[in-house]
Design a binder for this molecule. Structure first.
Ligand SMILES: [Zn+2]
Length: 325
């Protein structure tokens, strides 16, 4: 996961890349930006009720399955479940899967290999060391907010995650229940997503909005105990992350496979993800309108890649290549 604001901004920027023809059928595009949190809904779900490490690990594990396995199968199963219920044409059903879920996954898949190469870690590990991955993504949120939204920490951003959960229809919940079950064996996945959609705002309010820097001081203080809390608070300077954007175009390696190299900057990866995603959505829209959704057709449009390492799905990330500084 790049952070909640990076995904939120990507959703807004994606709109500029979609065709007028597609946008005409999505008149309420703006009011569904919460969908851009994609598979991270599993992580935000009931976060304030999590009391045990075991419960937290369970949720992280479930979300990792969505990140690394059966991506295109899931998209296919989702579309078929929607078709079966006769609501494939519903605006929110199409917004959830395209500009929401697919954008989230593709953006991760493009940015993560570089982020992981830089930080040397991915998921938070309470036994090891501080969570560099989370820290970098939090600063990236701040960087993107300043670049695109004239962010200043005195204005809370929780409102950007406002969502009237009545707009998350029973149909959408049922489609997700069906497709998360048939793809991943997750029970009541749609109900979890539906609940979580209304909780992101609270998460941002608790952990990110920080007008007086009180949270920053507290979270930095307890980081050695809780490992990772210094990834919270938007009241921070983004300057450390500017050095990590690879604006010098140094060569870097995919963290899984050293033979895959690139000299792209993080901003180029971000831009490329948006362009790729807009093409995927346009082609998927055409497929939806054609009424002939087959597994082969979906696989030809949606690359079956993992959102962690960006390579073929169905392999768990093993970090081998890390930037030495
Ligand atoms: Zn991440």
């Amino acid at each position: 996961m790049p952070g909640p604001k990076t995904h939120n901004i990507a959703y807004k920027l994606l709109k500029k890349k979609l065709s007028l023809q597609t946008l005409d059928t999505l008149p309420n595009y703006d009011s569904y930006s919460i969908f851009a949190q994609g598979h991270d809904f599993l992580i935000y779900y009931n976060f304030y009720k999590i009391r045990t490490t075991r419960k937290l690990n369970e949720q992280i594990l479930a979300s990792e399955v969505l990140q690394e396995y059966y991506f295109s199968d899931f998209i296919y199963n989702y579309l078929k479940a929607a078709e079966k219920r006769g609501c494939l044409q519903d605006e929110e059903v199409r917004l959830f899967i395209g500009p929401g879920y697919i954008l989230h996954h593709i953006l991760d898949a493009y940015m993560h290999p570089y982020i992981i190469y830089c930080t040397g870690d991915h998921a938070r590990d309470i036994n090891k060391k501080t969570w560099y991955h989370g820290i970098m993504e939090n600063l990236l949120d701040i960087y993107f907010m300043k670049k695109y939204e004239n962010f200043d920490y005195t204005t809370p951003v929780r409102e950007h995650f406002d969502f009237d959960s009545r707009k998350f229809s029973k149909n959408l919940e049922a489609i997700l229940n069906d497709s998360l079950q048939s793809t991943y064996g997750i029970n009541s996945g749609g109900t979890i997503f539906r609940t979580s959609v209304g909780q992101v705002k609270l998460y941002v309010r608790f952990f990110k909005d920080d007008r007086y820097a009180l949270k920053r001081r507290f979270f930095d203080l307890v980081d050695p105990i809780f490992k990772g809390t210094s990834s919270f608070s938007y009241n921070r300077s983004e300057s450390p992350v500017i050095d990590q954007l690879n604006l010098e175009h140094d060569i870097w390696q995919n963290p899984m496979d050293e033979s895959i190299t690139s000299n792209k900057s993080l901003l180029e990866l971000f831009e490329e993800a948006l362009t790729t995603c807009s093409q995927i959505i346009e082609r998927l829209e055409m497929l939806i309108q054609s009424g002939n959704i087959t597994k082969e057709a979906v696989e030809a449009i949606v690359p079956n890649i993992a959102s962690t390492h960006g390579l073929a799905a169905n392999q768990k990330i093993i970090i081998k290549n890390v930037k030495r500084s």
